[in-house]
Design a protein around this ligand. Structure first.
Ligand code: E4P
Length: 226
């Protein structure tokens, strides 16, 4: 399962890359609104930072022809490794078909709440479908189950589209998907931090250090001995 970071703040992305095995960055209009200004200024900085790794950037247009033009504009500026996020709605599907037939642009079907949306997007040539786990839960359905169902239909129908599960409120939701072999997840920095935040771990490390220092001396490590 590849791990992507769902954020547009360069500092936070940098930090995530420094400490964790991150494979790319996803953004959406809400995430961009938290940074403000010219969106391409920030997206260019992210591109520079992550090199050729994948970046997902969402269109704002809602008419197929405009979505296609916006997708081309995004990829022209940010490069071929950019996956254009297109909402899984009628005009979005029409745009996906046009992009599939006439360009090499890769796209991610976003705002996926149902297996049927994922099915249509996959048939339209989406590289990824992005089901919104937590938002599905908030509607009273089971986000994890929807993702599992999408995974089953993709496998059972020999489809190449991958799942980029999104919208998590806690790390447990991610763990449940890990177990199921989901292709990729994108998580916000605070959820990522909680993957390893654990008082028992901190206490175990502190005990090891203090036991070692009790005979070796304060501040000593294995490097001080031969
Ligand atoms: C990702 O690509 C989605 O846009 C995002 O994960 C939605 O997350 P939210 O439901 O926390 O806003």
């Amino acid at each position: 399962m590849r791990l992507l970071i769902d954020n547009a703040q360069v500092e936070l992305i940098n930090k995530a890359y420094e400490f964790y095995p991150i494979s790319g960055v996803t953004t959406n209009p809400t995430i961009l609104s938290k940074v403000g200004g010219n969106p391409f200024e920030i997206l260019r900085q992210i591109r520079e930072m992550i090199g050729e790794e994948e970046m997902h950037v969402q269109v704002i247009s809602t008419k197929a022809d405009e979505i296609v033009e916006e997708a081309k504009h995004i990829v022209n500026i940010l490069g071929r490794e950019t996956f254009v996020k297109i909402p899984a709605i009628d005009e979005g599907f029409k745009a996906m078909k046009i992009l599939s037939y006439t360009t090499e642009i890769s796209f991610t079907a976003t705002a996926v709440y149902t297996t049927m949306q994922a099915f249509i997007a996959a048939e339209c040539g989406a590289a990824y479908v992005a089901p919104y786990v937590n938002r599905i839960d908030n509607l009273g359905y089971n986000g994890i189950e929807v993702v599992k169902q999408i995974k089953n239909f993709l496998i059972n129908n020999g489809m190449e589209t991958e799942i980029l599960a999104a919208s998590f409120k806690n790390s447990q939701q991610v763990v449940e998907l890990l177990e199921y072999g989901i292709d990729a997840v994108t998580v916000a920095p605070d959820i990522l931090k909680n993957f390893v935040k654990n008082a028992a771990v901190d206490s175990a490390i502190e005990d090891f250090i203090s036991d070692f220092e009790s005979f070796a001396g304060e501040g000593k490590t294995m490097k001080d001995f031969k």
